[in-house]
Design a protein around this ligand. Structure first.
Ligand code: PXP
Length: 248
């Protein structure tokens, strides 16, 4: 079955809203570790967190605590910078997903321009691989980006589904086609295919058209649902919804 990576960044966002100056204080809440545990109990296959350059939500200490305490694979999302490489080499997450980062964005907008940064990204990807982290590139579903990801030796890509999620009708059809083509191409090039951004239970019936997917990374909708039913239940519902589709 398709794996579910649960992104718990928003739990840290909520904590930082009150405790930004003192995230380690005894009364700081909600707990990122408790969120990871709840996600695990709900059936998460991995925990995803994004340590941003501006540390606006996840702190380095969160990542190291999850790595130490949670017996699930850890997927670190990070910008492709020397400073973040240094953190990742110490953290040794199971997976690293390289994402573009702009300080002003609310969440990751647009995929990483791998094709335009091949020479810069190649050594970074190789350093992570040699350190034992499997690397994926978060890219828009366009052929040049898929080909460039394979060319620099990344074993996985995560296809950006934001546009797919934010459109309907003919536009969504066209975007689904782009995702299908990118997934076919990536698979043919030997890449593992993941997808993420804006995925909800409501758009799984359309996403099921995309072949070769082995993992979905989902955050916002799970935390939104968790406000009402708790995170364990929200993750459980998503797992059941994914299981209900016979993904090719
Ligand atoms: N994958 C990547 C690379 C992301 O940056 C994000 C957003 O943090 C997600 C997946 C999850 O997206 P969402 O929160 O919309 O489910």
């Amino acid at each position: 079955m398709i794996h579910l990576g649960v992104n718990i960044d928003h739990v840290a966002t909520l904590r930082q809203a009150r405790y930004a100056g003192m995230p380690d204080s005894h009364n700081a809440e909600p707990s990122v570790l408790d969120a990871a545990r709840a996600a695990m109990l709900g059936g998460a296959d991995s925990i995803t967190l994004h340590v941003r350059e501006d540390r606006r939500h996840m702190q380095d200490a969160d990542a190291f605590a999850v790595r130490r305490e949670i017996p699930l694979p850890l997927n670190l999302e990070m910008g492709a910078t020397p400073a973040m490489l240094e953190v990742a080499l110490r953290l040794r997450p199971d997976f690293v997903c390289l994402v573009p980062e702009r300080r002003q964005e609310i969440t990751t907008e647009g995929g990483l321009d791998v094709a335009g940064r091949v020479e810069e990204l190649r050594p970074l990807v190789q350093a992570l691989l040699q350190n034992g982290s499997k690397v994926s590139m978060f890219i828009d579903p366009v052929p040049e980006q898929v080909e460039a990801s394979a060319a620099i030796g990344a074993p996985m890509v995560e296809l950006h589904t934001g546009r797919f999620a934010n459109t309907l009708g003919a536009e969504r059809c066209a975007e689904t086609r782009r995702l299908v083509d990118a997934a076919e191409l990536g698979h043919a090039l030997g890449l593992e295919i993941h997808a993420g951004h804006g995925i909800q239970i409501a758009n799984l019936p359309d996403l099921v058209a995309v072949p070769h997917l082995t993992e979905l990374n989902i955050g916002h909708t799970l935390i939104a649902r968790a406000v009402f039913v708790g995170l364990q239940q929200a993750v459980h519902e998503m797992k059941q919804a994914i299981a209900a589709f016979a993904w090719k």
